[in-house]
Structure formats: C-alpha cells, structure tokens
Write a protein that binds this ligand. Structure first.
Ligand code: FES
Length: 197
C-alpha cells in the first residue's frame, strides 16, 4: 500500500474514532442553515478519552415550529399556500395531500408533503404549477426555463435548467394540525434559511 493510501486510511479511521460522519449536501444544509430562532446551550465532549478531552459549550439551534394547515381542510391534490420559515422574501411554500405515498410524506397514507415555491435555478415562481397524473406529482414547469420537480421523491429535478432539488419543508402532525418544523435544502436567494443566520 502506498504512503498516500495509508494516509487516507488513517484519516478515515481517525474520523471514525472521533465519531465524525460525512454529511450529504442536503443534510449539511439542513443542519447548517439553522440559526438563532430558538437556541439552547449544551455541554459536549468532542474527544472523550483522549488528551484533547474537554467539555465545551455548543449552541444548538432549530427551526420554528409553525402550524401550516389542518388535516381536515386538506383536499387531495389541492395545495394550500403558506410562508416558512418566516414571512420574509423567498419563503413562499405549498402543502399538498397528494393521494400517493411520497418521500418525507406524513399522515396515515404518508402522502402529505410541503415544498418551497421558489425554483432553485433562478427563483422562478412555481405557484399554480402543481400537477397530478396517475402516477406523478410535480411542481413545474418553471415559467422561466421549464424546470420540473418530482414531489414524490423529495423534490428532485426531473428536467430543465435547475440542478438543485426543491427545498422540502419537514412536517409533523399533532391531532388535526400540521406543523412545519424544518427544511431540507437552501431556499433560493438566501445564504441561510433563517434570516438571523
Ligand atoms: S428559474 Fe426556474 S428553470 Fe430557471
């Protein structure tokens, strides 16, 4: 084994020992885009059992929890609009009960999802572009450059100029109420999903 290969293996092993993990870009954005909407301080030890062991304070932040719909008002394939994570620019979103199971879907049929309306290419507005066919549920085509996003598969790009998935709003259900609690992906036009980030 070459020295280079040995060094790479050592880095990998070291990372494993320290409990680090490789994050996908979506996961990285999900976690790194959080900001000080609500925050708490916890004490962590990054390198337990080593010479570098020491307790440090880490700031834990999270998205707001916002009610966006009632289950009883969601009609199949009739999206409802809302803003998230705040009422600022680029925060227009939709929630839809799609009648078919979807990635990230909530509800008894796992068919309720929510997404940003802002096309990830250049921010084209996707309002009024929700489409349902026998098998597919999409947002698009974008009026600017025709991008189309698959809502059953976490908003991945199907065709067009965009190269990022549509940001998906994470949902939770409590009784008859549906709450937005986070977001996968970075909203178009923002450096952070949360203004104070
Ligand atoms: S802005 Fe939507 S495809 Fe270009």
């Amino acid at each position: 084994m070459s020295l280079f290969k040995k060094a790479k293996k050592t880095d990998k092993e070291t990372a494993k020992e320290h409990g680090k993990c490789m994050l996908s870009r979506r996961n990285f954005l999900m976690y790194s885009s959080t900001a000080a909407v609500s925050a708490s301080v916890i004490s962590v030890n990054l390198f337990p059992g080593t010479a570098q062991a020491a307790n440090m304070n880490a700031r834990v932040v999270s998205y707001p929890r916002k009610k966006v719909a009632n289950l009883s008002e969601l009609k199949t394939n009739k999206p409802i609009d809302f803003n998230y994570p705040d009422d600022g620019p680029q925060t227009q979103c939709m929630i839809a009960k799609m009648g078919v199971q979807a990635g990230g879907g909530v509800g008894s049929d796992k068919d309720i999802v929510a997404f940003s309306y802002m096309c990830t290419h250049q921010g084209g507005p996707l309002q009024n572009t929700y489409r349902a066919t026998d098998e597919h549920r999409t947002l698009g085509q974008c009026p600017f450059h025709l991008s189309l996003f698959d809502l059953r598969r976490h908003g991945i790009i199907v065709s067009g100029q965009a190269y990022e998935s549509l940001p998906q709003v994470l949902l939770e259900i409590q009784g008859d109420e549906v709450y937005a609690v986070g977001m996968l992906g970075l909203l178009f036009g923002r450096n952070h999903n949360l203004v104070s980030g």
